[in-house]
Design a protein around this ligand. Structure first.
Ligand SMILES: *[C@@H]1O[C@H](CO)[C@@H](O)[C@H](O)[C@H]1NC(C)=O
Length: 340
């Protein structure tokens, strides 16, 4: 078990930036990468003639035996966007009917977050329900950690500050600061803050306000989810965060954990990776623990596609159980409307 994960790290640990550099300095690899980038230009929607198609197919099959194959990126890394653009140049080719093995953009972070640590806590879970305010504890814990305290102060101040010009907050800056917080602060702190269990509306409202919704995403009218999803997919970072979320939080009806990947920790990590993007998810109100992005399927062209997207958040057993676990509660308690 142990050495398997280690092996996985070694195999999957190829950085697309490094792979891209080594490809560019190789005279057989670099023209193929250039060809491929042309093939996927315009989001891969460009109509290609039969000649171009076969050129693209050739480039892909040649690149499958280059360092680019199987490369990934690190979330929050420097030049993350460049790295992801290289990742997607190969993976976007799927659009042209050239299938690649199942893959996902970000390197797996191996941490025994849920199973080891939480297993020892579940025994005390119910006792903790009435005696401890975990949301308060989480905030205190964050304050004694330098990085957590600094980056939390940073996003809060950016997100609540009205700009002199418009009197409104600076949304892009707020989202950037939120992404920085969730990318850099260890999940022990961020997950406690965001998934602390609540038993009353005051607590739940405070938890909902954690990511300053009024600045980070709220607007007078909810946009269409499909529009938001298209905006997201046009951005390498957002598209990658979504792909990672779909992979790590994929539900399973046959797995006892409810997750296809059987890992609550990586599911939550992928969930927080979406905060600060066009599809930022959050608690929808202060009387339940339902989560969703700020968008609606009311006027969507394709109702089914839209509902499928919403379902990733609102009807996802894997995500629900992951949030439950993070709250240190046994599954039964998680059925309460207040818990995740
Ligand atoms: C809960 O949400 C409702 C509706 O948004 C709001 O009116 C109410 O003040 C909130 N409750 C608390 C305790 O903040």
């Amino acid at each position: 078990m142990r050495w398997m994960s280690l092996l996985e790290v070694i195999v999957a640990g190829k950085d697309c930036l490094v792979a891209g550099d080594s490809c560019s300095s190789d005279e057989s690899c670099s023209p193929r990468l250039r060809t491929l980038r042309q093939c996927v230009a315009g989001n891969g929607n460009m109509k290609l003639g039969p000649g171009a198609r076969s050129q693209c197919a050739n480039a892909v099959s040649a690149l499958l035996s280059s360092p680019l194959h199987g490369c990934q990126c690190k979330r929050g890394m420097k030049k993350e966007k460049n790295c992801l653009s290289i990742y997607w140049s190969l993976h976007q080719s799927v659009i042209h009917g050239l299938n690649l093995v199942e893959n996902y953009p970000y390197e797996t972070v191996h941490k025994d977050y849920d199973y080891v640590r939480l297993a020892s806590i579940t025994a005390d879970a119910e006792a903790g329900l009435t005696t401890v305010n975990r949301c308060l504890d989480a905030a205190k814990a964050c304050n004694v950690d330098d990085t957590c305290q600094k980056l939390r102060t940073e996003y809060v101040s950016v997100c609540i500050k009205p700009t002199a010009k418009s009197g409104l907050c600076n949304r892009p800056k707020c989202n950037k600061a939120l992404r920085k917080f969730f990318d850099r602060v260890p999940e022990d702190y961020t997950h406690e803050l965001l998934f602390c269990p609540c038993t009353d509306t005051a607590c739940a409202e405070r938890r909902r306000q954690t990511i300053v919704p009024s600045c980070s995403y709220e607007s007078s009218e909810k946009p269409s989810c499909l529009t938001q999803m298209q905006i997201c997919k046009a951005d390498y970072v957002c598209r990658s965060r979504l792909a990672q979320f779909q992979y790590d939080c994929a539900p399973s009806e046959t797995s006892p954990t409810g997750c296809k990947q059987d890992n609550y920790g990586t599911c939550l990590l992928a969930y927080t990776g979406l905060i600060g993007s066009t599809i930022t998810p959050n608690y929808v109100d202060n009387s339940t623990s339902s989560v969703a992005p700020w968008c609606s399927c009311a006027n969507s062209g394709s109702k089914q596609d839209c509902e499928d997207f919403m379902g990733l958040f609102s009807h996802n057993i894997c995500l629900r159980k992951s949030g439950c676990r993070a709250s240190h509660f046994i599954p039964l308690v998680c059925l309460s409307p207040f818990l995740f």
